[in-house]
Design a binder for this molecule. Structure first.
Ligand code: P6P
Length: 362
């Protein structure tokens, strides 16, 4: 029988963005930023997929003449450098907030962690986590690049006309991204897994998914309008923390396990331990992903808000899902006060999150 080969060419990300700019020339700056991110994600995908062959696994251990020592995953370092180089084309990019694990004295070029890029030709400022889940890379478990795009706050608007001289440039850059996720102009992630999938949303329109075609080395449109199922049958969290969970989350999870929730059917547990992999699955199949606080080790959960759960919450929200912090309400309304600030998070299908919210009100 004739092989049913998909002969209809798929639109590339480059063409897709060019079409957006044809409709709205104002989107040119966003196009330029996303093309830089696309270029970096292609390189990072190749680095991650070839790491074992190119001896790029494991720790990058270096010490300095005075004996100071830093250790990080090589892929963390490589991904940070690749993104910085790609973003230089669109403007100033600094690793102004070294990862929480690295001593802050090590030279900037050796610091993995959060990147904050302010574009020269536009008002955009982007926060990026170069390789979330990098600890899993050596085991070939999925990792991801996460990004969120804000507009620089207008100094005059917030009444504090800070001049470059009065505030250290890097500090100014950090302050410019300490905004709630609802302010984002774009957000997304690139998941490096059995396929490399770049998912993003702009401040209008839906959520788009592009898969890297290894032959073409082009991202091609595979998810034209990603919408999360209203309800799922999977919950995703680290049960190792369960003895420290608050009663509301503990009771909710118990009801799911026993099939005593609203669907009257038991849920399955799926937890990769790589946030983007867990949330991407939740987006496609439905259900709820959570990193609650616990009294054992994680008083605020174990996921940083600014560069991990806020961009993911924005994508989930734009896909028709819901994201809350379990304390104040929507995760999109929470303004981070520090770059590495963590926050409990519960996000996924609206009916699943709303079912959990009923436990919060008890
Ligand atoms: P735990 C990976 O290090 C990460 O930042 C996320 O990708 C992941 O969801 C989380 O930490 C896993 O944390 O405490 O379950 O090991």
């Amino acid at each position: 029988p004739q092989l049913l080969v998909n002969t209809k060419p798929r639109i590339t990300l480059t063409r897709f963005l060019s079409n957006i700019v044809k409709e709205d020339p104002e989107a040119r700056d966003m196009e330029s930023l996303l093309l830089s991110i696309q270029m970096a994600c292609k390189t990072i995908s190749n680095l991650v997929n070839r790491a074992g062959l190119a001896n790029d696994l494991g720790e990058q251990n270096s010490d300095y003449s005075d004996g100071r020592f830093y250790s990080m995953k090589r892929l963390d370092l490589l991904s940070t450098i690749v993104l910085k180089n790609a973003l230089q084309f669109t403007g100033k990019c600094e690793c102004v907030a070294p990862g929480p694990k690295v001593d802050t004295e090590s030279p900037a070029e050796h610091q993995p962690g959060v990147l904050i890029a302010s574009a020269l030709d536009s008002n955009y400022v982007t926060v990026l986590d170069p390789l979330d889940g990098s600890g899993n890379a050596d085991a070939s478990i999925c990792t991801a690049t996460v990004f969120g795009v804000f507009e620089q706050p207008n100094d005059e608007e917030d009444g504090e006309a800070t001049t470059a001289t009065s505030v250290d440039d890097n500090e100014k850059l950090v302050q410019s991204v300490l905004q709630p996720a609802k302010n984002m102009k774009a957000a997304g992630y690139c998941l490096y897994s059995s396929a490399t999938v770049l998912v993003f949303t702009l401040d209008q329109g839906g959520v788009y998914g592009f898969t890297l075609d290894p032959q073409l080395q082009e991202f091609v449109l595979t998810h034209r309008d990603l919408s999360i199922p209203k309800r799922g049958n999977v919950y995703s969290c680290n049960e190792a923390n369960s003895e420290g969970w608050a009663d509301d989350w503990k009771s909710y999870v118990k009801s799911l396990k026993l099939g005593q929730g609203e669907t009257k059917k038991p849920y399955a547990l799926r937890y990769v331990g790589s946030m983007v992999g867990d949330i991407h699955r939740t987006l496609l199949y439905g259900g709820i992903f959570a990193y609650p606080s616990d009294s054992l080790r994680h008083p605020d959960g174990n996921l940083q808000l600014l560069y991990k759960t806020a961009p993911m919450a924005y994508v989930v929200h734009r896909a028709g899902g819901k994201a809350i912090d379990g304390r104040t309400g929507s995760l999109l309304e929470v303004t981070p006060e520090r770059v590495h600030q963590k926050s409990p998070c519960f996000m996924g299908s609206p009916e699943d999150v709303e079912e959990f919210e009923k436990y919060l009100q008890q």
